[in-house]
Design a binder for this molecule. Structure first.
Ligand code: MG
Ligand code: MG
Ligand code: MG
Length: 308
């Protein structure tokens, strides 16, 4: 059997990483490219599980590393430190992504579709249009779910006109009430009770590296910041352990209120003062409240990156 080309999003996969991988495979089939296969680099989170259950589809297969020369298609990321183990020696055939380009290189030419949109699925939505393919219900719901997740129902400052237009049309195709469906989906992802603190800080964590300075920005969505802060002491314990074991200069844990669009951050590490400069705030009890901040990509990361 011909070897499959693997499609995957980043480690600690979010809804966009999983759903866009699945949609990419569907789009490939419509383009007559039969041997691509969506896989995942980590556990399915509860929000994404809601989507898969809603559609009654199986989660993609988990892979932990790849062999040299393996053909791959990346979605929703490009940085090697967010990708699969062995990515350096993979044959990267294409990237569909909406993030900055960093820590990335290939030895061969490739398809690279980057757009500064709110979501990878919005790029895929426009590809369906460009190729003239009909969008069916399954891919409509997958793409809508990604957009809802990445833009927090179009409320994040990462949202573009492209995302709004795509979500509106996808809602019609899927015949669902986007507000209702979206809120249920987002809420499913905020049920944090049965996660340990160790799991919480790793649920949606991005590892970053600036000139050898290693830092992590992790994020959880909630409908009650207070509820999560009850666990601050234990959270700090596991964050400090991670700082120690991974030699990090900074760990930022953002607790994002999806209903009111604010975040409380816990910042630890030798460079914790960076967040004070970045947001013009004083850390009190290692915390700061950031009004109107919900986006790691557009708000947290650029400000921290500039000051680190
Ligand atoms: Mg993502
Ligand atoms: Mg995304
Ligand atoms: Mg995200």
């Amino acid at each position: 059997m011909e070897e499959k080309v693997l499609i995957f999003g980043h480690k600690n996969p979010d809804t966009d990483s999983i759903c866009s991988s699945l949609v990419h495979e569907i789009l490939d089939k419509k383009n007559g490219w039969e041997n691509t296969k969506a896989v995942r680099l980590g556990n399915i989170n509860k929000e994404t599980q809601y989507v898969l259950d809603y559609l009654g589809i199986e989660e993609p297969e988990l892979i932990e590393k790849i062999e040299p020369g393996q053909g791959v298609l990346l979605v929703d990321h490009n940085e090697f430190n967010q990708s699969v183990d062995g990515i350096e020696n993979a044959k990267i055939l294409g990237v569909t992504d909406h993030h900055r380009i960093a820590n990335f290189e290939t030895s061969e030419p490739l398809y690279y579709n980057a757009k500064p949109y709110g979501c990878t699925s919005t790029i895929l939505f426009e590809e369906f249009k460009q190729f003239g393919h009909e969008i069916e219900r399954t891919e409509a719901i997958l793409m809508a779910s990604s957009i809802i997740s990445d833009t927090l129902l179009l409320k994040s400052p990462t949202t573009t006109e492209h995302d709004k237009k795509a979500l509106e049309e996808l809602g019609k195709i899927a015949n669902i009430n986007i507000e209702e469906y979206g809120l249920e989906m987002l809420k499913a992802g905020t049920d944090l009770d049965d996660f340990s603190e160790e799991q919480l800080i790793n649920l949606d964590a991005k590892s970053l590296n600036k000139d050898g300075i290693k830092f992590v920005i992790a994020q959880v969505n909630t409908v009650s910041i207070e509820e999560v802060l009850k666990r601050q002491e234990k959270l700090e314990e596991v964050i400090n352990a991670k700082i120690e074991s991974e030699n990090l200069s900074l760990f930022v844990f953002a607790i994002t209120d999806i209903l009111n669009s604010n975040s409380e951050i816990i910042a630890l590490g030798s460079k914790a003062d960076v967040v004070e400069k970045a947001f013009d705030k004083t850390l009190v009890n290692n915390r700061a409240f950031l009004e109107g901040v919900v986006s790691r990509k557009k708000q947290l990361l650029p400000a921290i990156d500039k000051n680190i």
